[in-house]
Design a protein around this ligand. Structure first.
Ligand code: ADP
Length: 258
């Protein structure tokens, strides 16, 4: 009977109001799509001129007869062009993710993805000015899913490295838990104050924009991570204590594992 009553109520809603709601929803959806397309197109169009600029800055900036003043100028321009390039690439990635309606593949060799992430993080560790102790702990045969997963996890590891002072320690652990599988990226770095935790995955949100800019951050990394994880029905949990460190944990549900 309850079903019948509800049905009756729905049919009594004035048709004009229902139509208005549907139109509003369609309009919001349309505007959202326009925004995504616009960001995607602009980022795409900016890539070529940026590549040309970066190429010339590289060539002219390494000329042997430059005065110290010009050298400083070129270094600054190169650094800013690189920053712009990172932002454009991240925006492009976000808009691709937003437009990508394909289903993630059924399974992926998660230990293989993590090994690759680990190797990339080690290479960046070796290049960076401050060395960090990196650990990876993964069983051989626990499978997960892969769509942009590599770059999302690498993002978490590189963040841990960025926000952990020299001599710090980072652990990456992939383990089976009751409800599925859990990936933890843990550091003993600068940590995050509680009032920021819920906002970290917003686009361009940064706790300390000066510091983030200095470390080459765009503020888009965790927004990308969240999108990628949504595709896998995975949940991101962030635990952190200021001055002690952070743990970025990702729970992959059983249904998404093999
Ligand atoms: P960014 O490119 O600035 O690093 P992200 O979206 O990846 O942007 O991260 C958003 C903000 O979250 C960062 O600016 C930083 O303040 C904070 N953050 C992310 N990871 C960590 C971490 N492991 N330790 C401390 N702060 C972090």
């Amino acid at each position: 009977f309850v079903g019948d009553v509800q049905m009756a109520q729905v049919s009594f809603l004035p048709a004009s109001r229902m139509l208005l709601r549907i139109q509003n929803y369609t309009r919001i959806h349309h505007l959202e799509q326009m925004r995504t397309d616009f960001v995607g197109n602009v980022s795409h169009e900016l890539r070529t001129p940026l590549t040309v600029l970066m190429g010339y800055l590289e060539t002219f900036g390494s000329a042997p007869d430059l005065s110290a003043k010009w050298q400083r100028g070129f270094n600054l321009m190169r650094e800013q062009a690189r920053r712009m390039n990172n932002i454009v690439n991240d925006l492009l990635m976000l808009s691709r993710l937003e437009n990508d309606e394909s289903e993630p593949p059924a399974a992926v060799d998660m230990p293989r993805v993590l090994m690759q992430v680990f190797d990339d993080a080690q290479a960046s560790n070796a290049e960076s000015a401050h060395l960090i102790d990196l650990h990876l702990d993964t069983p051989k045969n626990l499978l997960g899913l892969e769509v942009y997963l590599h770059s999302a996890i690498l993002n978490l590891v590189l963040n841990a490295m960025k926000y952990t002072p020299a001599g710090g320690e980072i652990s990456i652990i992939w383990e089976e838990v009751k409800d599925g599988a859990l990936l933890s990226v843990m550091d003993n770095g600068i940590g995050i104050a509680p009032e920021h935790l819920t906002r970290l995955t917003e686009r361009f949100y940064r706790v300390d924009s000066g510091r983030s800019r200095a470390t080459g951050g765009t503020g888009l990394g965790l927004a990308i991570v969240k999108h990628v994880l949504n595709k896998h029905d995975a949940r991101l949990m962030i635990e952190s204590t200021e001055g002690e460190g952070s743990a970025f944990k990702v729970l992959f549900p059983k249904s998404r594992l093999v």
